[in-house]
Design a binder for this molecule. Structure first.
Ligand SMILES: Cc1cc2nc3c(=O)[nH]c(=O)nc-3n(C[C@H](O)[C@H](O)[C@H](O)COP(=O)(O)O)c2cc1C
Length: 506
């Protein structure tokens, strides 16, 4: 007997959703859409998204010893405590898609009602300096609990750093594809939170990358091309039939999120600012540059961002071998590249770059201030650095023991917090992540091993780096000869390197 289905039953809805329609089939790279159409913009954007923050070949070890899909940007504990929402025009409306990185799909986010893109841009305070209108709004939404359940309060800073890596890499990927991109931190967070249906989800939009297709005024720049693949990244597919939902929070997550009120930018009024060109590296005050160790410019030649993004990975351990000065020179080259961002006007903004050399052929062990302007290392004192120093600095993470050098990204943090408050905290972490992301890409070009390190003893690192009083280390990058056989050890739900007191839970 045939069972009668009422038209409103979930079963019938389910059945409808499972049916295929020939119109739905979209194969990337098959037919090239006409330039300037919504299809062409989506195709270009899909390439930017995957290079910026999507899948790369392979897996990485994450929580509980499980392997998860590797991505183009690093993440503390491979937890990726953020979601990527992509607003694009579909006819008159702006539809917001959730980029589901693991499945390589972009599905419309059920909680975000469609609004015209121009309205979204204007109301959220994302006005751009670009002459052409914004074509896509990529919102990086932190889910702090994902990191804080493991790392405690320090995990909140990791959301800033993880998102800073992704925002920087997205902007670089967009530029490499001939598009214009601007990173926004000073936008109307509450408005955007509601517009995206994020209220009550324990998530917060931390950064937005607006993407613009250059108009005729920018003729002569690289053409906007859909991705061609071939570098091992999985270009996401736009889907319109299945809606995406965000996982709802539980009670511990709610309590944790509530406790972020005094720290999070979401609860602070923001003055909207138009983007300018920003560099994230601060120049050190050096009285006598005659003692400088001049560094060679990278001879490797420019390698396309797409190739580097696909190749980037963290060293899981280092071999007991020295890195060469030339490798270091290539690693540090071009860190001051500019990006359009709306937090550009702060004088002296950005982080200082300090090198602690332990085993680098061509220079004596010790601390060096890096001058990005002169591309030179200025000796800052200190003597031999041993493995015990590295271990003590890096919370006894044994995989980092043989690092030949440590790069310390630093700033006078307390002064910054006094002057800029919570915006200062967020912005300096974006600067640090922007520098670290460029280091990661340079490392892929120079074939030198790097690991971004969040678990470090700040006071020990500052002493080792001979930092002036008041300067604090925000982020640390360990450099060395990567050991391809090394495996991460600390993948329990608890981060032993973070102890319980310093990182305590809110
Ligand atoms: C903010 C941040 C903090 C990190 N802290 C550490 C750390 O303390 N020790 C470590 O070995 N790796 C650290 N990593 C590297 C991650 O473990 C690594 O990115 C992750 O396992 C994914 O692997 P992949 O970078 O090769 O894609 C950190 C990465 C980020 C972005």
């Amino acid at each position: 007997m045939r069972t009668q289905l009422r038209s409103d039953t979930p079963l019938l809805e389910f059945w409808e959703a499972t049916r295929l329609s020939a119109d739905d089939a979209r194969y990337p790279d098959q037919a090239e859409p006409a330039a300037g159409t919504e299809e062409a913009i989506r195709a270009a954007l899909a390439g930017v998204l995957v290079r910026g923050c999507g899948q790369r070949t392979g897996t990485v070890l994450a929580k509980g010893g499980n392997f998860v899909q590797a991505r183009t940007t690093p993440s503390a504990g491979a937890l990726y405590p953020f979601e990527v929402l992509v607003g694009v025009s579909v006819g008159e409306r702006c539809v917001t898609y959730l980029y589901e990185v693991d499945s390589g799909q972009l599905n419309p986010l059920a909680s975000a009602p469609p609004v015209p893109l121009a309205e979204l841009v204007a109301e959220a305070g994302l006005a751009d300096a670009a002459p052409a209108p914004v074509h896509a709004v990529v919102t990086l939404v932190a889910r702090p609990w994902t990191a804080m359940a493991k790392y405690g309060r320090r995990g909140y800073l990791y959301t800033y750093l993880d998102i800073g890596h992704a925002a920087t890499n997205l902007a670089l990927a967009a530029r490499a594809a001939g598009l214009e991109a601007a990173i926004h931190l000073r936008f109307r967070r509450q408005w955007l939170t509601h517009a995206l249906g994020l209220a009550g989800t324990c998530r917060e939009p931390q950064a937005v990358v607006t993407v613009t297709v250059p108009g005729p005024a920018s003729a002569g720049r690289a053409a906007v091309e859909p991705p061609t693949g071939g570098d091992g990244v999985l270009t996401p597919v736009w889907r319109d039939r299945r809606q995406a939902w965000l996982e709802p929070p539980g009670d511990p997550e709610r309590r944790n999120f509530e406790a972020l009120r005094d720290i999070s930018l979401s609860y602070a009024p923001t003055a909207v600012v138009r983007p300018g060109q920003v560099t994230s590296v601060a120049e050190p005050p050096v009285a006598d540059p005659s003692a400088d160790v001049a560094l060679r410019r990278s001879t490797g030649g420019p390698v396309a961002h797409a190739a580097l993004a696909a190749r980037r990975q963290s060293a899981k351990g280092f071999l007991p071998a020295a890195v060469s000065l030339d490798q270091l020179a290539g690693l540090l080259d071009g860190l001051d590249g500019r990006l359009a961002a709306d937090f550009a006007e702060l004088a002296g903004a950005g982080v200082g770059v300090r090198l602690v050399a332990r085993a680098v052929t061509g220079i004596a062990p010790g601390a060096y201030a890096y001058s990005v302007r002169r591309h030179a290392l200025h000796p800052a004192g200190g003597g031999p650095v041993d493995e015990e120093d590295v271990l003590a600095t890096c919370q006894r993470q044994d995989g980092l023991r043989h690092a030949g050098a440590l790069v310390l990204l630093h700033t006078p943090l307390r002064e910054l917090l006094r002057e800029q408050g919570r915006a200062g905290l967020a912005e300096v972490h974006l600067h640090a992540a922007a520098v670290a992301q460029r280091l990661c890409l340079n490392a892929a070009r120079e074939r030198v091993g790097v690991t971004c390190v969040g678990g470090f003893d700040e006071a020990y690192a500052a002493r080792l780096g001979r930092l002036p009083r008041d300067e604090e280390v925000i982020y640390l990058i360990a450099v060395g000869v990567a050991d391809p056989a090394a495996r991460k050890a600390d993948r329990d739900p608890v981060a032993y390197s973070h102890g319980r007191t310093a990182a305590g839970f809110i």
